[in-house]
Design a protein around this ligand. Sequence first.
Ligand SMILES: O=C(O)CCC(=O)C(=O)O
Length: 283
Amino acid sequence: MNTTLPREITADEIATYHSDGVIVLRQLFDADWIELLDRGLIANCDRPTVRSRVWDRDSAGRTMFYDSQAWQGIDEYRQYIFDSPAATLAAKVMGSARVNFYFDAVFVRSPGSQFQTPWHQDEPYWSVEGYDTCTLWMPLTPVAKENALAYVPGSHRLDTVFDQFNFGELNPDGKQNVDQVDFSAIAATRFPDIDQDPERYGVVSWDMQPGDCIVFNSRIMHGGSGRLAKDRDLRVFTTKWLGDDVRIKFRAEGMDPDHTEVMTARGLKPGDRPGTDLYPQII
Ligand SMILES: O=C(O)CCC(=O)C(=O)O
Protein backbone atom coordinates (compact mmCIF):
# COMPACT_ATOMS: atom_id res chain seq x y z
CA MET A 1 0.00 0.00 0.00
CA ASN A 2 1.53 3.33 -0.95
CA THR A 3 1.60 5.65 2.05
CA THR A 4 3.13 8.50 0.03
CA LEU A 5 2.19 9.97 -3.32
CA PRO A 6 3.89 8.09 -6.17
CA ARG A 7 4.86 11.42 -7.77
CA GLU A 8 4.81 15.14 -7.09
CA ILE A 9 1.64 17.13 -7.80
CA THR A 10 2.80 19.70 -10.35
CA ALA A 11 2.39 23.48 -10.18
CA ASP A 12 0.26 23.25 -13.37
CA GLU A 13 -2.08 20.73 -11.74
CA ILE A 14 -2.47 22.94 -8.67
CA ALA A 15 -3.13 25.97 -10.88
CA THR A 16 -5.78 23.98 -12.80
CA TYR A 17 -7.48 23.02 -9.55
CA HIS A 18 -7.69 26.65 -8.45
CA SER A 19 -8.88 27.99 -11.84
CA ASP A 20 -11.30 25.15 -12.71
CA GLY A 21 -12.19 23.95 -9.22
CA VAL A 22 -11.57 20.35 -10.29
CA ILE A 23 -8.73 18.13 -11.45
CA VAL A 24 -8.38 14.44 -12.32
CA LEU A 25 -5.22 12.71 -11.13
CA ARG A 26 -4.29 9.27 -12.39
CA GLN A 27 -3.11 6.24 -10.42
CA LEU A 28 -2.14 7.87 -7.14
CA PHE A 29 -3.55 4.99 -5.05
CA ASP A 30 -2.35 1.44 -5.63
CA ALA A 31 -4.51 -1.68 -6.01
CA ASP A 32 -4.15 -2.56 -2.31
CA TRP A 33 -5.98 0.65 -1.35
CA ILE A 34 -8.79 -0.11 -3.79
CA GLU A 35 -9.18 -3.65 -2.43
CA LEU A 36 -9.16 -2.32 1.15
CA LEU A 37 -11.76 0.37 0.41
CA ASP A 38 -13.92 -2.14 -1.45
CA ARG A 39 -13.87 -4.40 1.62
CA GLY A 40 -14.79 -1.39 3.74
CA LEU A 41 -17.61 -0.47 1.39
CA ILE A 42 -19.08 -3.99 1.60
CA ALA A 43 -18.93 -3.76 5.42
CA ASN A 44 -20.52 -0.28 5.25
CA CYS A 45 -23.41 -1.55 3.06
CA ASP A 46 -23.89 -4.49 5.47
CA ARG A 47 -23.84 -2.19 8.52
CA PRO A 48 -25.15 1.19 7.34
CA THR A 49 -25.09 4.11 9.77
CA VAL A 50 -28.23 5.93 10.95
CA ARG A 51 -27.34 8.59 8.34
CA SER A 52 -27.58 6.16 5.41
CA ARG A 53 -30.40 6.20 2.95
CA VAL A 54 -31.41 4.93 -0.42
CA TRP A 55 -31.62 7.89 -2.79
CA ASP A 56 -33.31 5.91 -5.52
CA ARG A 57 -35.06 2.57 -5.94
CA ASP A 58 -36.61 2.07 -9.37
CA SER A 59 -39.32 -0.33 -10.51
CA ALA A 60 -36.66 -2.90 -11.50
CA GLY A 61 -35.29 -2.79 -7.92
CA ARG A 62 -32.07 -0.98 -8.91
CA THR A 63 -30.76 1.26 -6.17
CA MET A 64 -28.53 4.17 -5.36
CA PHE A 65 -27.27 3.88 -1.77
CA TYR A 66 -25.72 6.77 0.14
CA ASP A 67 -24.05 6.85 3.53
CA SER A 68 -21.78 9.29 5.31
CA GLN A 69 -19.49 9.54 8.32
CA ALA A 70 -19.18 5.78 8.65
CA TRP A 71 -15.40 5.86 9.18
CA GLN A 72 -15.42 5.39 12.94
CA GLY A 73 -17.07 1.99 12.52
CA ILE A 74 -15.13 0.83 9.45
CA ASP A 75 -11.45 -0.01 10.03
CA GLU A 76 -10.68 0.04 6.30
CA TYR A 77 -11.90 3.64 5.95
CA ARG A 78 -9.95 4.66 9.04
CA GLN A 79 -6.75 3.18 7.61
CA TYR A 80 -7.24 5.08 4.35
CA ILE A 81 -7.92 8.37 6.18
CA PHE A 82 -4.88 8.16 8.47
CA ASP A 83 -2.32 6.19 6.41
CA SER A 84 -2.99 6.82 2.73
CA PRO A 85 -1.60 9.82 0.81
CA ALA A 86 -5.13 11.33 0.65
CA ALA A 87 -4.53 14.06 3.26
CA THR A 88 -1.19 15.00 1.69
CA LEU A 89 -2.87 15.20 -1.70
CA ALA A 90 -5.62 17.45 -0.33
CA ALA A 91 -3.03 19.70 1.39
CA LYS A 92 -0.91 20.05 -1.74
CA VAL A 93 -3.80 20.74 -4.10
CA MET A 94 -5.53 23.22 -1.76
CA GLY A 95 -2.21 24.80 -0.75
CA SER A 96 -3.14 24.41 2.93
CA ALA A 97 -0.62 24.13 5.75
CA ARG A 98 -3.16 22.33 7.91
CA VAL A 99 -5.73 19.70 6.89
CA ASN A 100 -8.50 18.14 8.95
CA PHE A 101 -10.60 15.22 7.85
CA TYR A 102 -14.28 16.19 7.59
CA PHE A 103 -16.24 13.07 6.61
CA ASP A 104 -16.49 10.14 4.23
CA ALA A 105 -19.45 9.56 1.89
CA VAL A 106 -20.24 6.64 -0.39
CA PHE A 107 -22.39 6.58 -3.53
CA VAL A 108 -23.24 3.02 -4.55
CA ARG A 109 -25.25 2.37 -7.72
CA SER A 110 -26.40 -1.18 -8.37
CA PRO A 111 -25.97 -2.59 -11.93
CA GLY A 112 -27.93 -0.64 -14.52
CA SER A 113 -28.93 2.19 -12.15
CA GLN A 114 -30.13 5.16 -14.19
CA PHE A 115 -30.12 7.51 -11.21
CA GLN A 116 -28.30 10.78 -11.75
CA THR A 117 -27.21 12.95 -8.85
CA PRO A 118 -28.96 16.35 -9.05
CA TRP A 119 -26.65 19.26 -9.87
CA HIS A 120 -25.52 21.07 -6.73
CA GLN A 121 -22.61 22.63 -4.83
CA ASP A 122 -21.49 21.03 -1.56
CA GLU A 123 -20.56 23.94 0.68
CA PRO A 124 -24.14 25.32 0.99
CA TYR A 125 -25.18 22.03 2.67
CA TRP A 126 -22.24 21.72 5.04
CA SER A 127 -21.78 22.67 8.69
CA VAL A 128 -18.58 24.54 7.78
CA GLU A 129 -17.62 27.32 5.42
CA GLY A 130 -14.43 28.26 3.61
CA TYR A 131 -12.71 28.12 0.24
CA ASP A 132 -10.18 25.52 1.39
CA THR A 133 -12.45 22.50 1.25
CA CYS A 134 -12.21 19.63 -1.19
CA THR A 135 -13.54 16.19 -1.97
CA LEU A 136 -11.50 13.25 -3.24
CA TRP A 137 -13.92 11.32 -5.50
CA MET A 138 -12.62 7.78 -6.07
CA PRO A 139 -14.46 5.18 -8.16
CA LEU A 140 -13.66 1.65 -7.01
CA THR A 141 -14.92 0.33 -10.36
CA PRO A 142 -13.99 1.49 -13.89
CA VAL A 143 -16.36 4.20 -15.07
CA ALA A 144 -16.82 5.83 -18.49
CA LYS A 145 -16.95 9.62 -18.69
CA GLU A 146 -20.66 9.62 -19.62
CA ASN A 147 -21.40 7.72 -16.38
CA ALA A 148 -18.98 9.59 -14.10
CA LEU A 149 -19.65 12.67 -11.98
CA ALA A 150 -19.61 15.85 -14.12
CA TYR A 151 -18.50 19.39 -13.22
CA VAL A 152 -18.89 23.01 -14.38
CA PRO A 153 -15.30 24.35 -14.41
CA GLY A 154 -14.91 27.75 -12.74
CA SER A 155 -18.30 27.62 -11.00
CA HIS A 156 -16.55 27.46 -7.59
CA ARG A 157 -15.62 31.13 -8.11
CA LEU A 158 -19.22 32.37 -8.48
CA ASP A 159 -20.42 34.61 -5.65
CA THR A 160 -24.11 33.92 -6.33
CA VAL A 161 -26.10 32.03 -3.70
CA PHE A 162 -28.11 29.39 -5.57
CA ASP A 163 -31.35 27.67 -4.70
CA GLN A 164 -30.22 24.05 -4.50
CA PHE A 165 -31.88 20.66 -4.46
CA ASN A 166 -33.13 19.28 -1.13
CA PHE A 167 -31.52 15.83 -0.98
CA GLY A 168 -33.80 14.97 1.95
CA GLU A 169 -36.49 14.45 -0.71
CA LEU A 170 -34.55 11.46 -2.06
CA ASN A 171 -35.91 8.91 0.35
CA PRO A 172 -38.13 6.18 -1.14
CA ASP A 173 -38.06 4.34 2.20
CA GLY A 174 -39.48 7.31 4.11
CA LYS A 175 -36.71 7.15 6.72
CA GLN A 176 -37.28 9.42 9.66
CA ASN A 177 -34.96 12.29 10.59
CA VAL A 178 -33.47 12.61 7.14
CA ASP A 179 -31.55 15.88 6.89
CA GLN A 180 -33.60 18.55 5.11
CA VAL A 181 -32.25 21.76 3.58
CA ASP A 182 -34.85 24.32 2.58
CA PHE A 183 -33.04 26.72 0.27
CA SER A 184 -36.29 28.60 -0.35
CA ALA A 185 -35.80 29.91 3.21
CA ILE A 186 -32.88 32.05 2.01
CA ALA A 187 -32.68 34.63 -0.77
CA ALA A 188 -31.28 32.55 -3.59
CA THR A 189 -31.02 32.65 -7.37
CA ARG A 190 -32.51 29.76 -9.34
CA PHE A 191 -29.91 27.03 -9.96
CA PRO A 192 -29.02 26.96 -13.68
CA ASP A 193 -30.42 24.13 -15.82
CA ILE A 194 -27.05 22.69 -16.78
CA ASP A 195 -28.38 19.55 -18.52
CA GLN A 196 -30.37 21.72 -20.89
CA ASP A 197 -27.13 23.07 -22.44
CA PRO A 198 -24.04 21.26 -21.05
CA GLU A 199 -21.77 22.69 -23.76
CA ARG A 200 -22.61 26.25 -22.80
CA TYR A 201 -21.51 25.48 -19.24
CA GLY A 202 -18.37 23.67 -20.43
CA VAL A 203 -19.31 20.52 -18.50
CA VAL A 204 -16.41 18.09 -17.99
CA SER A 205 -16.11 14.48 -16.84
CA TRP A 206 -13.53 11.76 -17.35
CA ASP A 207 -13.14 8.03 -18.06
CA MET A 208 -11.68 6.66 -14.83
CA GLN A 209 -10.06 3.51 -13.51
CA PRO A 210 -9.73 2.40 -9.88
CA GLY A 211 -6.68 4.22 -8.48
CA ASP A 212 -7.58 7.47 -10.29
CA CYS A 213 -9.13 10.25 -8.29
CA ILE A 214 -10.81 13.58 -8.83
CA VAL A 215 -10.14 16.44 -6.43
CA PHE A 216 -12.90 19.06 -6.48
CA ASN A 217 -13.57 22.23 -4.54
CA SER A 218 -16.76 22.02 -2.47
CA ARG A 219 -18.07 25.18 -4.18
CA ILE A 220 -18.03 23.71 -7.71
CA MET A 221 -21.30 22.75 -9.42
CA HIS A 222 -21.39 18.99 -9.95
CA GLY A 223 -23.94 16.32 -10.72
CA GLY A 224 -24.92 13.56 -13.12
CA SER A 225 -23.15 10.21 -13.02
CA GLY A 226 -25.24 7.03 -13.30
CA ARG A 227 -27.18 5.95 -16.42
CA LEU A 228 -25.25 2.70 -16.18
CA ALA A 229 -25.30 -0.18 -18.65
CA LYS A 230 -27.31 -3.07 -17.25
CA ASP A 231 -24.20 -5.11 -16.36
CA ARG A 232 -22.27 -2.22 -14.77
CA ASP A 233 -22.40 -1.03 -11.19
CA LEU A 234 -20.64 2.02 -9.74
CA ARG A 235 -19.09 2.10 -6.28
CA VAL A 236 -17.65 5.47 -5.31
CA PHE A 237 -15.78 6.27 -2.10
CA THR A 238 -15.29 9.94 -1.27
CA THR A 239 -13.53 11.84 1.49
CA LYS A 240 -13.99 15.51 2.39
CA TRP A 241 -11.06 17.59 3.65
CA LEU A 242 -10.81 20.97 5.40
CA GLY A 243 -7.90 23.39 4.96
CA ASP A 244 -6.62 26.65 6.38
CA ASP A 245 -9.55 29.08 6.11
CA VAL A 246 -12.37 26.72 7.17
CA ARG A 247 -14.57 27.57 10.13
CA ILE A 248 -17.69 25.97 11.58
CA LYS A 249 -21.01 27.43 10.45
CA PHE A 250 -24.54 26.35 11.41
CA ARG A 251 -27.14 27.21 8.77
CA ALA A 252 -30.75 28.15 9.56
CA GLU A 253 -31.93 26.65 6.24
CA GLY A 254 -30.70 23.21 7.36
CA MET A 255 -27.62 21.11 6.64
CA ASP A 256 -26.96 17.79 4.93
CA PRO A 257 -25.23 16.02 6.50
CA ASP A 258 -26.12 18.07 9.57
CA HIS A 259 -23.19 17.95 11.99
CA THR A 260 -24.68 20.42 14.49
CA GLU A 261 -25.41 17.84 17.15
CA VAL A 262 -22.08 16.00 17.02
CA MET A 263 -20.13 19.26 16.80
CA THR A 264 -22.00 20.79 19.73
CA ALA A 265 -21.49 17.61 21.78
CA ARG A 266 -17.74 18.09 21.31
CA GLY A 267 -17.84 21.75 22.31
CA LEU A 268 -17.39 23.06 18.77
CA LYS A 269 -19.31 26.22 17.89
CA PRO A 270 -19.73 28.53 14.90
CA GLY A 271 -16.50 30.36 14.09
CA ASP A 272 -14.27 27.61 15.56
CA ARG A 273 -11.76 25.73 13.51
CA PRO A 274 -12.89 22.12 13.12
CA GLY A 275 -10.96 19.70 15.31
CA THR A 276 -11.40 17.05 18.06
CA ASP A 277 -11.36 13.30 17.45
CA LEU A 278 -14.27 13.64 15.00
CA TYR A 279 -12.44 15.95 12.58
CA PRO A 280 -8.86 14.82 13.15
CA GLN A 281 -6.01 17.02 11.97
CA ILE A 282 -3.95 14.78 9.69
CA ILE A 283 -1.53 17.42 8.33
O1 LIG B 1 -21.06 10.36 -7.01
C1 LIG B 1 -22.15 10.93 -6.99
O2 LIG B 1 -23.13 10.54 -7.63
C2 LIG B 1 -22.34 12.18 -6.17
C3 LIG B 1 -21.10 12.64 -5.48
C4 LIG B 1 -21.25 13.98 -4.84
O3 LIG B 1 -22.17 14.74 -5.10
C5 LIG B 1 -20.25 14.42 -3.87
O4 LIG B 1 -19.30 13.69 -3.55
O5 LIG B 1 -20.39 15.57 -3.37
